[in-house]
Design a protein around this ligand. Sequence first.
Ligand code: MG
Length: 162
Amino acid sequence: MDFNIIAVDFDGALCENKWPEIGEPNKELIAYLKKHQEAGDKLILWTCRVGEILKNAIDWSAEQGLIFDAVNENLPEVLEWMGGDTRKIFANEYIDDRNFTFLSQTDRAELLGRMVDVVEDWLEKKGIATDDEAAIKGDDYDYLTEGFASGMGISCDFTEDK
Ligand SMILES: [Mg+2]
């Protein structure tokens, strides 16, 4: 498949969680999804809502400009690829307010490296980073990276990969 599939939760993700009502829209996420769909990616609404409140969520999303390629279902391309339907909806990205990611040490190191790059860029823009590596490594490195990991809901268990 030459596109990515994004499965997105509704309550607490696309809107503030006011289930069974609908809270304020998460405009940043909606813009992210629209951008990806315009680029060819497919969107699946992935929610526990059923019946009337599911319809309300779909209608509300359409008012925000979001038309899903599927709702709580796999895409036809996935059915063909998997050789049948799967109970788990397949996606390349799952966006959900209940997400928890437990990264391997390799993935964690890569992610934290990217976060460090962001901090370095930020420091540079602020004119603070005269010695950028030293500015955030050393004693502050663990504090910063663990703080980022915690803030992003990422486990910071330093168990070695097998
Ligand atoms: Mg939710």
